[in-house]
Design a protein around this ligand. Sequence first.
Ligand code: HEM
Length: 133
Amino acid sequence: MLPLTLDDVRLFLHVVAATIWVGGQLTLAGLVPALRAAGADVPRTAARAFNRIAWPAFAVLIVTGAWNISAERAHVHGAYTRTLVVKLVVVALSGITAFLHARATTKTGLAVFGALTGITALGALLLGVMSAG
Ligand code: HEM
């Protein structure tokens, strides 16, 4: 069997947090019709409960992301750096739009920021996979 390394632990923590931030949002979005059928307030209650898991996961992504950069500093030049910078902008947009989505009070605000946070979270995931190695 292969030995478990510190790099494995670093990437495991980063990917577990990414599954919660990205997969959790998509799963919650998919559950909204069923939650709505259970009661008008149920989607908001579920979203609040999800936020209590999602924001700690986002914090883990930032901490382990900084750890990734430090561990991969030999690669941090040229196209890798440009990909990383685009990813960091997309990650920031994902956090900002998730925050605005949680605070939205109108249907339009909820829909627009909900869609934006989902799209940017998926974009960050794709850019993360592109810089894996
Ligand atoms: C929504 C937030 C984020 C998502 C969804 C995400 C996702 C991912 C994924 C899926 C990987 C590939 C892991 C693998 O090798 O198997 C990755 C790698 C990486 N991420 Fe993130 N990430 C996020 C935030 C961040 C942040 C905030 C930083 C920097 C501060 C960062 C820096 C990196 C670096 C440098 C790698 C390459 C690691 C390596 O090859 O050893 N990520 N990310």
